[in-house]
Design a protein around this ligand. Structure first.
Ligand SMILES: Nc1ncnc2c1ncn2[C@@H]1O[C@H](COP(=O)(O)OP(=O)(O)O)[C@@H](O)[C@H]1O
Ligand SMILES: [Mg+2]
Length: 377
């Protein structure tokens, strides 16, 4: 691990972070996510299955078509890049073609690029005389953003170029990849990273970059990143830039960078819902909350966390409130009207928490009768 951290940009070893000369200059302005990208598949943490299969492939100097799927920041791109570097050594940049499926609109562009790339000849020896596979790798990021028609066309391209080219499809949602493609690839699920791995990696980066931060605060940063290492590393770098060298990163810095909704807002929201308070009070509160301009989905996420952790709301009520929360969150994600959606959620939650179930059922029946009489249903 230490050896990994002492490396400069993409495999150019430097003596040590403090004594390195040219390589340090090169990496100085790199975003940390690039600077600390794993250089070998052994450096990839947690994704054991993918790592062990790729280790075997590197030994055998061959590669199947691959499909890596899972949430962002879990090492999909890093793993295939590291494997390519190990397979091809210095030649690796010539041997890979990275395409972003969601950028390159239409399969035609992709096909052309792949065709031109596959036609380039690949030697089976490296400049240093070592053997390397006579193959090239096409990395197709965000493959799940391609239409089904484009995916079907890709299947044909994949078959045609199979002698010289291997494909590595990367995506978040495997269910959006058509079966004929998935069945041609060896699939690996990339799991959200365990907090302890992310914490460990961040602590190492802090040491090398002289970042001053307490473990408690680093833990909050890790927790808020939700297993996404890219998010965690980027947030750490933003905090470090915010404070400058030599000053301690505070909890407020972390909250600001990750736009965490402070718990006082979430607690007050639930306090309001637990008592039969005046609607004006709720409106005023939501108005104030909106003024803070926290991303609305973050607010829902925190409300959900609070609901799940709350010990004095029984499970049946939790499920009722959870359903309302999902509904409001979905409506907000579809468009505007955050204020109305939050208000609707608050009023319903208040009703659920303060009125007995029987009374609510009676009320619902009354409402149904009323709408039937008026012919509104
Ligand atoms: N499993 C992992 N092991 C080590 N570092 C990781 C891992 N996953 C992510 N990272 C770090 O997070 C950054 C983003 O990872 P990346 O491979 O681009 O994620 P993805 O392609 O899954 O979105 C990398 O630069 C790397 O530093
Ligand atoms: Mg990626």
């Amino acid at each position: 691990m230490q050896a990994f951290l002492k490396m400069g940009k993409l495999g150019e070893p430097s003596a040590s972070p403090s004594t390195s000369g040219a390589p340090k200059k090169k990496t100085k302005n790199l975003p940390w996510v690039e600077k600390y990208r794993p250089k070998t598949v052994e450096d990839v943490v947690e994704q054991r299955e993918a790592v062990s299969v790729l280790q075997q492939c590197i030994l055998g100097a061959d590669l199947p078509n691959l499909l890596f799927y899972g949430p962002p920041g879990t090492g999909k791109t890093s793993t295939i890049l590291a494997a390519a570097r190990q397979l091809f050594g210095d030649l690796y940049k010539e041997r890979i073609l990275e395409l972003n499926a969601s950028d390159e609109r239409g399969i035609q562009v992709i096909r052309e690029k792949i065709k031109t790339f596959s036609q380039l000849t690949a030697n089976s020896s490296r400049a240093d005389g070592k053997l390397c596979p006579a193959l090239k790798i096409v990395i197709l990021d965000e493959a799940d953003a391609m239409t089904h028609a484009a995916q079907a066309a890709l299947r044909r391209t994949m078959e045609k170029e199979t002698k010289t080219t291997r494909f590595c499809l990367l995506c978040n949602y495997v269910s959006r990849i058509i079966e004929p493609l998935t069945s041609r690839c060896t699939k690996f699920r990339f799991k959200p990273l365990n907090q302890s791995f992310v914490l460990e990696r961040l602590q190492e980066i802090c040491q090398v970059e002289d970042v001053l931060i307490n473990d408690d605060i680093l833990n909050v940063l890790v927790k808020e990143s939700g297993g996404d290492m890219r998010r965690a590393i980027t947030a750490l770098q933003s905090c470090a830039n915010l404070k400058g060298k030599g000053s301690h990163i505070t909890l407020e810095n972390v909250y600001e960078v990750l736009t965490v909704v402070p718990s006082k807002w979430v607690n007050s929201f639930w306090d309001l819902c637990k008592k039969p308070s005046d609607i004006k009070e709720i409106i005023q509160f939501i108005d104030d909350l909106e003024q803070q301009a926290y991303p609305i989905q973050k607010v829902y996420e925190h409300l959900n966390d609070f609901l799940m952790d709350s010990e004095n709301i029984d499970d049946r009520l939790k499920s009722e409130i959870g359903e309302k929360l999902a509904e409001s969150s979905f409506r907000s994600s579809c468009g505007r009207g955050d204020f109305t959606n939050l208000l609707d959620f608050a009023v319903h939650t208040q009703e659920i928490l303060t009125e007995p179930l029987e009374r609510r059922r009676m009320q619902a029946l009354e409402n149904a009768k009323f709408t039937t009489i008026l012919g509104l249903s």
